[in-house]
Design a binder for this molecule. Sequence first.
Ligand code: Z5A
Length: 208
Amino acid sequence: MTGKFITLEGGEGVGKSTNLALVAELIRDTHRSVVVTREPGGTPLAEEVRSLLLSVRDEPVTGLAELLLMFAARAQHLETVIKPALADGSWVVCDRFTDATYAYQGGGRGLEVNQIAQLESLVQDTLQPDLTLYLDMPPEISLQRIAGREHDRLELEQLDFFRRVRATYLSRAAEHARIEVVDASVSLEQVQASIRTLMANFFAKHLL
Ligand code: Z5A
């Protein structure tokens, strides 16, 4: 038996961490075991790569270096955490995955989609999430939500960067049936009601 792989995506402060907990709880309610994890990160090595990627530094980081580090962390995370958990029958709920690479390194930084697709194929082979909940919100609002906290290296980008990130997420959602768009600009109660409905539909298709 193999488990299901669910990812949460979205811009800054849209509520991914908050709603990751809800998704995990809904799965546990169906008596499945759940592994909750995140990218970049999810293993000691990949968490170190995350720190390298997100720390503010004087040396400019090239887009290609950023892309390769994302996939280096992902390779470790996939082989040592995600694939073993799925093979064991656990469900994996992950805060961001490769859609974020297309959105941030592709849309935001302007790297070639083909380069990303080649690395995706090398690192993941055919593995893709079974369901992706994309929490959508205009960046003008999401940046306000994180205004009070210290910003990491990526959060220091300009509004246009985050507009391109959002546009890329939305165009991927239009292309991939596994990506469900959730309006994240409404109250937490309304967001969670949408997520409960989407998860109930997913369970109906895949469990019962
Ligand atoms: N990145 C990349 O470039 N390429 C890749 O391949 C991958 C990642 C995998 C780290 O991600 C960075 O890595 C990210 C993209 C890049 N960089 N940027 N910029 P991250 O996921 O760790 O960082 P983040 O997007 O900044 O996550 P976050 O700050 O933890 O936000 P969140 O998890 O989406 O939101 P939250 O913490 O659940 O909620 C934020 C606040 O809003 C909190 O106070 C909540 O109580 C509140 N909230 C939540 N929902 C609502 C609603 N509906 N209404 C009102 N308030 C709400």
